[in-house]
Design a protein around this ligand. Sequence first.
Ligand code: FAD
Length: 437
Amino acid sequence: MTRSGAVTFDVVIVGGGPVGLVTALLLARFGVSSAVLEAADGRAAAGSRAICFQRDVLDVFGRVGCGDALVARGVTWTTGRTYYRGTELFSVSFPEPDEGATPPWINISQAEVERRLCGLVAAEPLIDLRYGHRVVGLEQDGGGVEAIVDGRGRVRAAYAVGADGAHSDVRRLLGIGFPGRSFADRFLICDVRAELPFPRERRFHFDPVWNPGRQVLVHPCPDSVWRIDQQVPDGFDLDAERASGALDARIRRIVGDVPYEIVWTTAYRFHQRCAETFRAGRAFLAGDAAHVFAPFGARGLNSGVQDAENLAWKLAFVLRHGAPGRLLGSYDAERRAAALENLRVTGRTMEFLVPRTPEQRARRVAALERALHDPDARAEIDSGRLAEPYRYADSPLTTPSGPSGPFLPGALCPDVRAPWAANRCGCGGCSARAWCC
Ligand SMILES: Cc1cc2nc3c(=O)[nH]c(=O)nc-3n(C[C@H](O)[C@H](O)[C@H](O)COP(=O)(O)OP(=O)(O)OC[C@H]3O[C@@H](n4cnc5c(N)ncnc54)[C@H](O)[C@@H]3O)c2cc1C
């Protein structure tokens, strides 16, 4: 306890969503203690926003202790196909993963990922996860930062991380702007359980018979659940559709006559925003608190986990290993640049998916028609560019070097099989059949 009555930790994390939980677990690996303050009283039982998790993020989950379990439970997929009016335009394939290697993509519900992370947090003595703790104030001085919790006093730490989602109170309390755009276009997610003859692939349909003039994305999930994400018209009313049977008809057009059960459904709008800075003094923003993107391309939670990974080792090196405080400046430089790149990519995708003007719409139809016959025109079709790890080419931590083949400065190092090195690095995670860390 401090003189102000605040309980002290190395780091206080505001928000016990996936990004807050991963940040705490990564910090604990370095022996750094944290309090995770979560406003909600517990975890929602149903519903999943994110479903697609990429390889480097699965590797991070592996480092905190649940990567293998998630890969075993998730649906691994390696192919994405794009259709126009039922005709395949093109496909993208990732190499099938070797035995023991992390797959390029799995689909699994965000809710299940959060449950696994919570299990790990509960077993970690360096993490104090507190539900029902809404942070309403933040004060900092030369030595630390204090989170003021509604009706429950203060929590003091050397640093704070705001991982409190798109409507971040931490961002507001720090006076950091969140410029960007919110779009009026509406999309509907129906997660349905059904035995369907669809393959384990990402399938994106422009203008299918089931949703003329609009689009539908279908993804396989564990336990025979399928995510159906479709664009819906202005004025769409989910409750009214449910009551009238229109929702059933909408789903039936896609799944056919087989029995199905709705697991979760939600209608959403998308937003494209990035915080003006990811750092104010001793406080940092991560995940949706720092950036929000349209979901096509799966860049939301994936990039939030990359934020956590980037920030955690820097905080740990400053707190535990005598690194200079200026190392923390590279977090904003690296992760904000990554967020701006994600905004650029998802912005272009959404221009194609939801054209604003009659001219843009006409251009989109013309491009889709041309792509039916002309392979060169397919480059214009944008059904979501799948996320890749960002290369920190301009980071203050990246030093220039000469030609270096696949090992580019600032880029994620490609995996290599190194059975001779198994367990010599002491990470405890690699073996003769798995990839070395
Ligand atoms: C429809 C949809 C589909 C998506 N699909 C994908 C996908 O396939 N892949 C992908 O990578 N991403 C996807 N995303 C994005 C992904 O869901 C988010 O990026 C992710 O949830 C962000 O995690 P977070 O921890 O930053 O924030 P959140 O999950 O929003 O968690 C923030 C937490 O902070 C808590 N909180 C808020 N205010 C306070 C406060 N004052 N004090 C204490 N606690 C507070 C909240 O209760 C919440 O638990 C999708 C999003 C949507 C909407």
